[in-house]
Design a protein around this ligand. Structure first.
Ligand code: XMP
Length: 431
């Protein structure tokens, strides 16, 4: 493994991805990792001190402690003025290829790392780790049907078979037809041990009047865990909760140097009195690696390349305080968008596409009378790892067809807009 110490660079994830692409596992750790934590890490072949602009924590410049230099492995310092030792660079080369030529030489010439990180080995390792962690106990999995939870389910079914109990909670914020398809695929086709919980009313009541996005996420996350706890109590003998937490969730929920971009519900929302131990086999994977893992496990192509859907579901696309009226408008417009994207072949091309309904109205005219109704915003983006994203330039006829259908078929809507913003500055979701 190559360890990247986070010294405030915003290129940490690019670097980690690059190293993994070269076949060597890499992880990002905080600058103040302790000596004990370092010695516990498996098979560290080299350390990269990756300096950058966010190098002040609690008013003090970050310092790397001496035990890092004495760990017995090569240390490469980049953009870190206080660096000691022989491998130092003022900055990474600007061109990605040149940065790769430098990283490659550090990995293989200096650290003598082996290029043996691949999905086959990852799956084999995880199966072993899961079996060791779980023993003969039972694991409860929140199976939303999205890519992450589906891949976790497949991994766990391989590792522990019927000790896995999948629970699908319909929180009332699912896309149209989604719960039905989860039941069809997992219960009927994959023969998984699946429990369906209809918690629509419960979630919507809890969320009534809550406008703050972070609070909405926390409520949804906390309520999720409570529902699982209740299911677990009914089932008896459940000790573990499996989650599809992935690396961007961790990185974006705030390392010590980075600001919190937004808390992801499966990181920030856990209630303090939580009673389960966690099984999180995808914890260190980027999104594209999760898909590769799904393919390695033999999941159907369509399921692996299904567009991602956030844990809080349509809840973060029905902006502000959720109302049933606007939630229905999001659900129906999203269904139309998905249908038309599939017809145009865009479902295979675009990474994530959905609609948003804000909590303000505008003036329009319907049936020769003034109306005051909500807009629907269309968002369609492409990305590799969800850390940055660019917009899809949808053909005009496709956009106008979708617009016509939304205006005709969706209640309480009189306007359709298209979001042109890349990430950054905007995030992919609106909340
Ligand atoms: P953002 O909006 O941060 O989204 O650019 C990046 C990716 O993460 C998804 N997303 C979430 N997933 N819980 C999740 O499980 C969340 O709270 C959450 N917020 C955003 C988003 O859909 C996109 O794919």
């Amino acid at each position: 493994m190559i360890l990247i110490l986070d010294l405030g660079s915003d290129e940490n994830t690019v670097l980690a991805r690059m190293i993994r692409d070269l076949g060597v596992y890499s992880e990002i750790k905080p600058h103040d990792i302790t000596e004990e934590e370092l010695t516990k890490l498996d098979n560290v072949k080299g350390i990269i001190l990756n300096g950058g602009p966010l190098n002040i924590v609690d008013g003090k410049a970050i310092e790397v402690r001496d035990f890092i230099y004495n760990a017995g492995v090569p240390v490469l310092a980049v953009n870190y003025a206080a660096a000691k030792g022989e491998h130092c660079l003022d900055q990474w080369p600007m061109e990605e290829d040149a940065m790769r030529a430098v990283v490659n030489s550090f990995l293989f010439d200096t650290c003598h790392a082996e290029a043996n990180w691949n999905m086959k080995n990852f799956v084999a390792d995880q199966i072993e780790l899961i079996r060791r962690q779980v023993g003969d106990k039972k694991v409860l999995l929140a199976l939303s049907g999205g890519v992450d939870s589906s891949v976790v389910a497949a991994l766990l079914i391989k590792a522990i078979g019927k000790q896995l109990v999948c629970v699908h909670v319909n929180h009332g914020l699912m896309r149209k037809g989604e719960s039905e398809s989860v039941i069809e695929v997992f219960r009927n086709q994959m023969d998984a041990n699946l429990i369906y919980v209809d918690a629509c009313e419960r979630f919507l009541t809890k969320l009534e009047g809550i406008a703050d996005p972070e609070q909405k996420r926390k409520i949804i996350g906390a309520e999720f865990i409570r529902v699982f706890e209740e299911e677990a109590r009914k089932l008896e003998g459940i000790d573990f909760l499996a989650q599809g937490t992935i690396y961007p969730d961790i990185v974006e929920s705030g390392t010590k140097t980075a600001k919190v971009v937004k808390s992801h519900h499966n990181v920030g929302g856990l209630p303090e009195d939580m009673k389960f131990d966690l099984v999180e086999p995808l914890y260190y994977l980027f999104k594209d690696e999760v898909r590769a893992c799904g393919l390695e496990l033999g999941l159907p192509h369509d399921m692996v390349f299904r567009q991602p859907f956030p844990g809080p579901g349509l809840g973060v696309r029905c902006l502000g305080a959720i109302t049933r009226e606007r939630l229905e408008a999001v659900r129906e417009s999203d269904a139309i968008l998905r249908e038309e994207f599939a017809k145009a072949g865009l479902d295979k091309k675009v990474w994530q596409y959905f609609t948003i309904v804000p909590d303000f109205k505008s003036v329009g005219v319907k049936n020769n009378a003034r109306c005051f109704e909500y807009p629907v915003i269309i968002r369609a983006v492409n990305t590799i790892d969800a850390m940055t994203a660019s917009i899809e330039q949808i053909d005009w006829p496709v956009l106008t067809k979708i617009t016509d259908r939304i205006l005709k078929e969706v209640k309480n809507v009189n306007r359709v807009c298209y979001d042109l913003s890349p990430k950054p500055c905007a995030t992919i979701e609106w909340e």
